[in-house]
Design a protein around this ligand. Structure first.
Ligand SMILES: C[S@@+](CC[C@H](N)C(=O)[O-])C[C@H]1O[C@@H](n2cnc3c(N)ncnc32)[C@H](O)[C@@H]1O
Length: 179
């Protein structure tokens, strides 16, 4: 977040809201969105919004946060989210199908040319909303999903876990803004 001048950001699938609160501490005007309100903290600096992120218009935000959410979506909803976020920086923290067997994933699948595995959602407070299966793309497919929506992604190294890390996805047109 420190790469950009503070503006308006949206934290999709905010859950406990910790990232939204950190962004507020950095001077951002933050909207924290989740379908479940149980874990919203008391913090008046953040606008807490109960909504399905699949129905949100993202036009008004300068930066989109998608932390711990992408891997809870179907591939159609992932592609739709990237399309709606397109044009503004997007920070994604996600699991991928990256050769780790720490999670119960399906056999490899190919959907619409994208390779990955399916994850069966356990139905927890931190799980998907409305879909029982989500898609974990492999790394090349993940990058291609981003590229097809005019993003180029920088990867946080070393990976946080063997199959999970942060990505800073920048619209092609904004790449020159970053050192
Ligand atoms: C694993 S938690 C991530 C929480 C937090 N962002 C983090 O990184 O620690 C996933 C969150 O996404 C929310 N979520 C999943 N699908 C959603 C949807 N379609 N619309 C809104 N929230 C959703 C869940 O309710 C849950 O709070």
């Amino acid at each position: 977040m420190g790469l950009f001048p503070p503006g308006r950001c949206v934290d999709l699938g905010t859950g406990h809201g910790s990232f939204a609160r950190q962004a507020a501490s950095l001077g951002w005007s933050v909207t924290g969105v989740d379908a479940r309100t149980q874990r919203f903290p008391e913090d008046e600096r953040v606008t807490w919004l109960q909504a399905d992120i699949r129905e949100m218009d993202l036009e008004e935000y300068d930066v989109v946060l998608c932390l711990g959410l992408f891997y809870h979506l179907t591939i159609d909803d992932q592609l739709d989210l990237l399309r709606r976020a397109s044009g503004r920086p997007l920070i994604i923290d996600t699991h991928l199908d990256h050769g780790s067997h720490a999670h119960p994933l399906s056999e490899p699948v190919t959907i619409g040319g994208f390779k990955g595995r399916m994850y069966h959602e356990p139905g927890h407070l931190t799980s998907s909303w409305g879909n029982q299966e989500s898609f974990w793309p492999d790394l090349p497919s993940f990058h291609r999903m981003l590229e097809e929506n005019d993003y180029r992604a920088l990867t946080f190294e070393p990976w946080l876990f063997s199959d999970r890390t942060f990505f800073l996805a920048l619209p092609f047109a904004r790449l020159d803004d970053v050192d």
